[in-house]
Design a protein around this ligand. Structure first.
Ligand code: ADP
Ligand code: ADP
Length: 222
């Protein structure tokens, strides 16, 4: 469903990613790992359409992704900037659903259901500044889940929370995405996380990042 063809990006004359080729099937969870500065965020931002790659193409269901932003959602590491501080958790989660044409009543219902899924039903009326970091990141994830994109892009989504919350959020994300048949591309520098969360781990080389490994994950039996 997602296909990257010779995707490249240079900042000025600095090559960040170089001819990345990748195919991701519907429902797959693919983790991208690689050393710091190898272009992981650049790759994700190119796929999200947040930057215009200087070379190559990103296809979503065979069409250039730039034309279908409604099919994807992004979760970033920095939760402190991902929520609108003047909106409650419920309003933050419901906001993107306006683009789906849902009226307020249905947006609130869908947002509440997503907040329930992340264990924050009791915090729907809270504002970001009233919530801990872990809670804010849960709200960001709830917003992505409520939107039900075909493709969920996650850039170190669990990097800023404590170890316990991190495990909860990893499990939660997998559970909900499996339920909706969502495809996930997740960036992490944590190899343990990549083999736990991913069906597949794609390894980028040091800068300029290019694919040097693409491995299915086979966990040892219980
Ligand atoms: P990663 O996510 O793997 O750490 P990034 O994609 O953030 O890597 O960055 C790849 C390289 O591109 C880094 O060397 C970084 O300094 C550089 N870079 C990232 N964003 C910009 C920018 N806006 N302008 C110039 N260089 C950038
Ligand atoms: P962090 O990982 O940033 O420490 P957590 O998400 O684990 O944050 O939560 C820290 C605090 O936030 C908890 O002690 C609790 O008081 C409050 N909290 C967590 N979940 C909820 C919830 N569902 N409803 C209301 N408050 C909550």
């Amino acid at each position: 469903m997602l296909e990257l063809v010779d995707l490249s990006h240079t900042y000025g004359s600095y090559r960040a990613i170089d001819r990345v080729n990748l195919k991701v099937a519907q429902g797959e969870v693919v983790c991208i790992v690689g050393p710091s500065g190898c272009g992981k965020s650049t790759l994700l931002r190119s796929i999200a359409g947040l930057i215009k790659p200087t070379g190559g193409t990103v296809l979503l269901d065979g069409k250039p992704v730039a034309g279908s932003p409604e099919n994807l959602a992004v979760v970033f590491q920095d939760y402190s900037r991902s929520l609108y501080p003047w909106m409650s958790a419920l309003a933050n989660v419901g906001l993107p659903l306006r683009r789906r044409g849902l009226d307020k009543k249905r947006r609130d219902a869908a947002a509440m259901a997503a907040l329930e899924q992340v264990g924050l039903a009791g915090a729907a009326a809270k504002y970001p500044w009233e919530m801990s970091g872990g809670m804010q990141q849960r709200v960001s994830i709830a917003r992505a889940l409520a939107y039900q994109p075909k493709l969920l892009l996650m850039d170190e989504p669990f990097g800023s929370v404590d170890a316990q919350t991190r495990e909860e959020l990893e499990d939660l994300t997998l559970r909900v995405c499996a339920h909706h048949g969502m495809t996930i591309l997740l960036i992490t520098h944590d190899v343990d996380e990549s083999v736990y969360v991913g069906d597949r781990v794609v390894v980028l080389s040091k800068a300029p990042g290019t694919v040097v490994g693409d491995l299915p994950v086979q966990l040892p039996g219980p």
